[in-house]
Design a protein around this ligand. Structure first.
Ligand code: FHN
Length: 493
């Protein structure tokens, strides 16, 4: 009998190990061997990345010669995003349009530009980082690049705008990230389709060299920058350059330790962007959240991310016409900010200064509105994270240490914030008070009598005489959960 048992158990062990081997070999064959996949990035734990995670709010600035036409020219209106106006189709554009556009730099003289005033306004808004367009798809460089004549140096303004911006923002304690478009409509070697003939390949090589030179130049000229924000990296020509872009990324990181690069820079050898062929993120954070927000924490799978957001529906550069579309309010943007931070992301709000360098009054008012709110409530934003709780119907939770912040956008008519904390959370609410002013709020643990309910309910009472027209923050001090919400007895059914 003993012998039989031993034989049986060895057979079982054999079957188990066969299954395991089969599983691991499946795993093995499922993982695609990659030379240029996501081998360097994702989930960084260094100080630079921790800092990036704590920003909460950022500013994006799209500025270039496209701000001169501002979405219209010669009595005609361009239908697309104002910073794309150079690509106005021949059929609808003013006569000789491309040539007109390519000569705008000769009149680019932004006499109202004041980098210090921009930086002060951004600081007042509460931005912790700025992403600034060094060159957009048109190829016009706002720094005096040695590698092309199409730069600010050859405009009437002459001075290095990137330097002015970097210095002014750094002086306000704001980190700077440089936006850089891979698409460059001005460079002769640039192309969108992958090169095929020897001539095309040679020409594209000049573009690759140029791009590398410019990137190294930017990092050398502005050593305080924290990261590069790549765009226009979707062309087949660029996608097919996995070996080159992988090497270049390595080089950029080497010359600038701590550099932060999002998932838009390069593709793997199978042409996969953002995520490699094995689904791993190819960058320090997910850079695909443009004018959209994730619906839940699950879709993010633990990845870092930020969302870049326009104020009108889809205009990044200056568009003179803000009348024909919905313009987000400061409350809209504060809500998006809370949405982002509550899911571990940063929100970056875009500004498009005009051709003279002035930030339009509407954007100024929005920045001031957000700033006013941030000055009182930023504690719920900077360094705050996903709270590990389901989203409450009143607004958004953010968490820092043992403090849970509830930013209320939807105030209940009965003034009772009923907060359902799952018992599995392991913590309960001990104290509640307004972030602004610190007034203590009445709090009561409530058994609302739902059978087999896995939540503990806390009713926080808002004073009836409390009036506000803005979202407000209630701080909830967490402590050890003092016992589950005892049911009165589950019914037998
Ligand atoms: O084409 C650009 C657009 O003009 C703008 O710069 C945005 C900003 O994220 N990026 C591109 C579209 O993804």
């Amino acid at each position: 009998m003993k012998k039989l048992k031993a034989i049986l158990s060895s057979v079982l062990i054999g079957v188990a190990s066969l299954t395991l081997n089969a599983q691991s070999s499946t795993l093995k064959t499922d993982t695609i061997p990659l030379k240029y996949g996501a081998h360097r990035t994702g989930n960084r734990t260094d100080a630079e990345m921790e800092r990036w995670r704590s920003y909460g709010l950022g500013q994006f600035i799209h500025w270039g010669v496209y701000a001169i036409p501002g979405g219209q020219w010669a009595g005609k209106t361009y239908g697309g995003a104002a910073e794309w106006i150079r690509s106005w189709s021949k059929a609808t554009a003013p006569e000789n349009w491309t040539n007109t556009y390519d000569n705008f730099y000769k009149q680019f003289n932004p006499t109202s530009f004041d980098a210090k005033a921009w930086a002060k306004q951004a600081k007042q808004m509460g931005a912790k980082y700025v992403i600034f367009t060094t060159k957009h798809h048109d190829g016009f460089c706002l720094w005096p690049s040695k590698y092309t004549d199409y730069t600010i140096k050859n405009s009437p303004y002459k001075k290095d705008i990137v330097k002015e911006v970097v210095d002014a923002y750094n002086a306000e304690g704001i980190d700077v990230y440089l936006y850089f478009s891979i698409i460059d409509w001005n460079h002769k070697g640039y192309r969108s389709a992958a090169p095929k003939t020897a001539e095309e390949i040679a020409s594209y090589e000049t573009f690759k060299k140029f791009t590398r030179n410019q990137l190294l130049e930017l990092l050398k000229n502005y050593p305080t920058v924290k990261g590069l924000w790549f765009d226009g990296s979707w062309d087949q020509a660029w996608i097919k350059e996995a070996a080159y872009t992988d090497e270049l990324e390595k080089e950029l990181r080497k010359v600038h330790p701590g550099l932060i690069i999002g998932s838009r820079f390069r593709a793997d050898e199978n042409g996969k962007r953002h995520f490699d062929s094995n689904g791993k993120m190819m960058g320090d954070y997910e850079q695909g959240w443009e004018r959209k927000l994730p619906a839940s924490i699950e879709v993010l799978k633990g990845r870092d991310w930020d969302c870049v957001m326009t104020i009108p529906p889809n205009q990044w550069g200056y568009n003179a016409d803000w009348k024909s579309s919905y313009i987000k309010t400061d409350d809209d943007l504060i809500q998006m900010l809370l949405h982002s931070v509550s899911l571990n992301g940063n929100l970056v709000i875009n500004f498009g200064p005009d051709g003279k360098g002035a930030i339009r009054p509407e954007e100024g008012a929005i920045a001031a509105g957000i700033g006013e709110w941030m000055q009182q409530n930023a504690e719920a934003i900077y360094g705050a994270k996903y709270a590990g709780l389901p989203k409450p119907e009143y607004g958004y939770y953010t968490l820092k240490g043992n403090q849970l912040y509830l930013t209320v956008f939807n105030r209940p008519v009965n003034n009772q914030l009923r907060l359902a904390i799952p018992q599995s959370y392991g913590k309960g609410i001990q104290k509640a008070y307004f972030l602004v002013g610190g007034q203590a709020l009445k709090i009561k643990k409530t058994n609302i009598g739902i059978d087999r309910d896995s939540n503990t309910y806390f009713d926080v009472t808002l004073p009836a005489d409390f009036k506000t027209e803005k979202p407000f923050v209630v701080v909830l001090d967490l402590g050890e959960s003092n016992g589950n919400n005892k049911n009165y007895g589950d019914a037998k059914t």
